[in-house]
Design a protein around this ligand. Structure first.
Ligand SMILES: Cc1cc2nc3c(=O)[nH]c(=O)nc-3n(C[C@H](O)[C@H](O)[C@H](O)COP(=O)(O)OP(=O)(O)OC[C@H]3O[C@@H](n4cnc5c(N)ncnc54)[C@H](O)[C@@H]3O)c2cc1C
Length: 290
């Protein structure tokens, strides 16, 4: 398939990009890594009048440490996150997930902002944004805007972004010192979108779990937090009983769709299995760090 005809423009600044978006309205599409957008163009699932390329705008791809956490430019490539020493030091759960996203050639082009804005329900980065309480910063003609990851993902491939908003950076607040993490996913082949994944962070104090966060993907139209399971584990002693209660709460709180790869029931079961493994790994790391 070939895309429907479109015009192309490479913006040189955020201001130029915003002005162009404002002038073009819904007819324009932003181009980041192109790894999701170009296949959609080729299948004619989207037919923009204008492709507005963000790749020539300087300063959108940094990964910087601030007093509060990491500040990552929207155009930071997946591969840059995968190989960043700052990401490895402060968010090893993110570093661990990166090699599981697609293939190296795709990770060389795909961007954090593109993945967040695309909001594929089976994508790792939106799930990690939710897990890590990311703040998503945008540039709009009316000035900067900030979204909490918790209210950003609205439905499959739909976010709180308006048509004139450009994601500029994503801030990840530091986790409490000594946090443990776990990341588990199952894909049929390496590089495929996973059937489901679970990511966990938690702290260990006096043999009990604290500040438990559990995020899921592939089991709903958006990435999800397993709030009931988190609440069940908060302050509980780590052990099979606590995990069983949390897994039951997690499974009761999701209603995955079936598709040609797996039934909804399989995905629900899988999410519980992955959650139990991710919680065990997070606990082990947290107690080793305590
Ligand atoms: C074969 C294959 C396998 C893949 N497997 C996985 C996988 O396992 N896991 C996974 O998570 N992803 C996977 N992907 C998707 C990949 O990670 C994409 O790179 C990513 O989803 C989109 O990033 P991008 O920079 O390429 O965005 P693009 O394709 O350029 O854009 C995607 C959408 O986001 C919008 N957009 C882009 N940047 C911005 C911005 N700064 N502000 C506002 N809107 C913006 C675009 O207008 C477009 O609508 C796969 C892709 C392919 C082709």
């Amino acid at each position: 398939m070939k895309p429907a005809p479109f015009r192309y423009r490479a913006a040189r600044s955020l201001e130029e990009a915003a002005a162009t978006l404002a002038a073009e309205g819904d007819g324009a599409k932003l181009l980041a890594g192109g790894q999701s957008l170009v296949p959609m163009l080729n299948f004619r699932l989207v037919r923009p009048a204008l492709l507005l390329d963000l790749n020539r705008i300087p300063g959108l791809d940094g990964i910087a440490e601030t007093a509060e956490g990491l500040s990552i430019g929207a155009m930071a490539r997946h591969r840059a996150l995968e190989t960043s020493s700052l990401v490895a030091r402060h968010f090893p759960v993110l570093a661990a997930a990166m090699p599981l996203i697609a293939h190296l050639a795709i990770r060389n082009r795909g961007t954090l902002g593109g993945s967040i804005a695309h909001a594929d329900p089976a994508a790792e980065l939106p799930m990690l944004a939710l897990l890590l309480d990311a703040r998503i910063h945008t540039h709009t003609p009316a000035g900067p805007r900030t979204h909490d990851a918790g209210s950003f993902f609205v439905s499959a491939l739909a976010t709180a972004l308006r048509a004139d908003e450009i994601v500029t950076r994503i801030d990840l607040p530091f986790l409490p010192p000594g946090s443990g993490w776990g990341f588990e996913e199952l894909a049929r082949r390496h590089g495929d979108f996973a059937l489901a994944a679970v990511a966990v962070t938690l702290s260990a104090a006096q043999g009990r779990m604290r500040r438990v966060r559990i995020a899921l993907m592939g089991v709903g139209d958006t990435p999800l937090r397993a709030h009931a399971a988190e609440a069940a584990l908060e302050g509980a002693a780590f052990g099979q009983d606590a995990i069983a209660v949390a897994v039951a709460a997690l499974r009761a709180g999701i209603a995955p769709h079936g598709d040609l790869h797996a039934s909804g029931d399989y995905r629900r079961h899988l999410a519980g299995v992955l959650a139990a493994r991710a919680l065990a790994a997070a606990w082990q790391r947290a107690t080793a760090a305590a």
